[in-house]
Design a protein around this ligand. Sequence first.
Ligand SMILES: [Zn+2]
Ligand SMILES: [Zn+2]
Length: 206
Amino acid sequence: MSKIAINKFNIITTQELLVHVSISSNKNGGFYKKLKLINHFKIRKQTMTRNSTEYYRENRQLKKTVYKCPHCDYKSYNSRMCLVNHINAKHINECDKPFQCRFCDRGFSQKAHLCVHCEKEHDVKINEGRIVSIAYIIKPTTQEPKSKKTKARRLYYKNNDVIKTTDLNNKKHEYLPDVFMKQHDIHYDARKGFITLHKCPLWKKK
Ligand SMILES: [Zn+2]
Ligand SMILES: [Zn+2]
């Protein structure tokens, strides 16, 4: 693999990245490999940043690297996390959001928003820094689902009765070959009465 060009900020620019990717993909071929390389260098680019605040300030001015939302016109010249937050906030159903309220059905894209909600709606003060994820404690009911997928999930719950939101986000629950459990599946099963559901917050150990 050829060496990556490094500019004065120790960061490869988008043009340099694209040149590099096209060289590499000519050698290896295949669109999939090209995509993988782009992702690889996006991460590489970030870890190579000497001073990220300085880099993003510079980037906002020069508009070198842009993170574009695949679902709408949103663009960000800030870090990739800004795009992730945007997608979580605008394009994901509440039940699929990473920070779930343990007292009601609401879900939030950012931990801080969950904390504000708990304090306002449930009069519970939560230390913002300490909740890591929510665990769903699941019990299948006697009600039998008809669809193949729902049946498979109901069976899966019998051996996996505690499911963490972080594991769902990292595709750790494969209930059928290549089919991964999502948060909205669990909420759906609960709504339809196939399972009973309790939410339990998981705290970071000190
Ligand atoms: Zn968007
Ligand atoms: Zn709530």
